[in-house]
Write a protein that binds this ligand. Structure first.
Ligand code: AMP
Length: 438
């Protein structure tokens, strides 16, 4: 990797703004999975030990409105209210502002600050706004070896809109910029790339987390041990067009499961009942099958499927299922998971691999009855631990691996679903491109 890391820059006594990914799952104000916080610690500890004044920032969820210092409705909401009869507008505004207040409570980073403070020996303070009075005061008071965590970046509209006012304010906290949020590296927001792209901060490096993501994934993509197997699942072909095409070029075998497989099966002339299908992508699937043939690559599709009369509702409701050949699904049935023969087939492909990259579930894994295919793939990957490089590309597959207790049986679990997919597509990630070259 040719980008500077924290180890390549002088941070002693300097204000170092670190973009982290503290977008942790929370329930009723309690953090339910602190993996992302733990993952950020090596970079933060290193900077503290080097005597930096560490200013941490992150987004959390998707706030509907903008809050920095004062609540403000967003444009869309204002326009919606403006369409109402005049007599109703004041009440509607009031109601929207109440909702916004609830967002502030739900999406504050205060619980993250409290946990970080415990983990870092009481050296973390929390700024109750993003770049306003409290943030300025707390950053000014921050001593070498201490940390300030700013409030949720998306509480300020300037974060996503990259307004000059916000970027200047944020950059005033950064003599050095460090990006350690791989999960948002595919976006160009003020904190993920903007302030560096605009030249407001000159010294910019990555943290240890991004360094690891890049070295593992780039190594595997550029120089894989073969056979190199890519497994793709999830709902729609349309979402993964470039990934399918790109992986066919890079890997030896492309395995396709999940909802997206049925469009391929239909493209082969199979009967898929009421299974998910991207009608507009049937020709694309034919093209990909042709491409695989031409390149001498294997494209492996499900041979059988677990089907039901309808999609489960709610998603985890009890469901009656039956198994069919994947090209002979009855007209009134819907394929919702890979079947037993396919589980064995996919496991065999994995057993013979030297590198495996996996994105996306094999079925509607949110339902325990339909999670078996996804579990089987996770198990197959765990079985080759130590013999093959196994990479989980974030998102649902990462969650499945964690829940099943296989996390320490994988070579690498990416912290960024969207970012890792874009990396696999061969795209340049703005959050990494903006960093200083070595
Ligand atoms: P994606 O966001 O494209 O990775 O897709 C993930 C979603 O695909 C999950 O919520 C799964 O429930 C869904 N999914 C997987 N297999 C199927 C299927 N056979 N039919 C419908 N949805 C599916």
């Amino acid at each position: 990797m040719n980008k500077k890391t924290v180890k390549d820059v002088d941070v002693k006594g300097k204000k170092v703004l670190v973009r982290c990914d503290f977008n942790v799952p929370m329930k009723d104000g309690v953090i339910t999975d602190e993996n992302r916080i733990i993952g950020a610690l090596p970079t933060i500890k290193y900077l503290m030990e080097q005597g930096a004044k560490v200013v941490l920032c992150s987004h959390m969820g998707k706030p509907h409105n903008v809050f920095d210092s004062k609540l403000e409705l967003n444009k869309k909401e204002k326009a919606k209210i403006a369409e109402l009869p005049e007599a109703e507008q004041a009440a509607a505004t009031e109601e929207a502002l109440e909702k916004a207040k609830k967002d502030v409570k739900k999406l504050t980073l205060a619980p993250v600050a409290a946990r970080l403070n415990e983990l870092l020996g009481g050296k973390v303070t929390f700024a109750t706004d993003v770049v306003s009075e409290d943030a300025k005061a707390k950053v000014a008071a921050c001593k070498a070896g201490e940390c300030v965590l700013l409030e949720n970046l998306r509480f300020h509209k300037g974060e996503e809109k990259k307004t000059p006012e916000f970027m200047n304010a944020l950059a005033s906290f950064a003599e050095v910029y460090v990006n350690d949020a791989f999960g948002t590296a595919h976006r160009s927001h003020a904190s993920t790339a903007g302030i560096v792209e605009e030249g407001l901060v000159k010294t910019a490096a990555c943290g240890f987390l991004i360094e690891k993501e890049l070295s593992v994934m780039a190594d595997t993509l550029e120089n894989p041990q073969r056979p190199f197997v890519a497994i793709l699942g999830g709902a729609k072909v349309a979402d993964k067009l470039n990934v399918i095409s790109n992986r066919l070029e890079k890997c030896d075998t492309l395995v396709i499961g999940g909802g997206m497989a049925y469009t391929f099966i239909k493209a082969q002339g199979g009967k898929i009942g009421t299974s998910l299908v991207d009608e507009e992508k049937i020709d694309y699937c034919k093209e990909m099958m042709e491409k695989a043939k031409k390149l001498g690559k294997q494209l492996v599709l499900p041979v059988d499927t677990v089907a039901a009369k309808a999609f489960p509702s709610p998603i985890d409701a009890p469901i009656e299922t039956a198994v069919f050949a994947s090209n002979e699904i009855p007209d009134d049935m819907m394929g919702l998971d890979i079947g037993p023969k396919t589980k064995a087939l996919f496991a065999e492909v994995v057993a013979n691999a030297k590198s495996v990259i996996w994105n996306g579930p094999m079925g509607v894994f949110e339902n325990p009855v339909l999670a078996e295919g996804t579990k089987a793939v996770a198990q197959a990957l765990a079985n080759v631990y130590g013999k093959a490089t196994t990479i989980i590309g974030g998102g649902d597959s990462a969650a499945a691996v964690q829940v099943l207790g296989y996390a320490d049986k994988m070579s690498h679990i990416s912290t960024g679903g969207g970012a890792s997919l874009e990396l696999f597509e061969g795209k340049v990630l703005p959050g990494i491109a903006c960093l200083n070259d070595k």
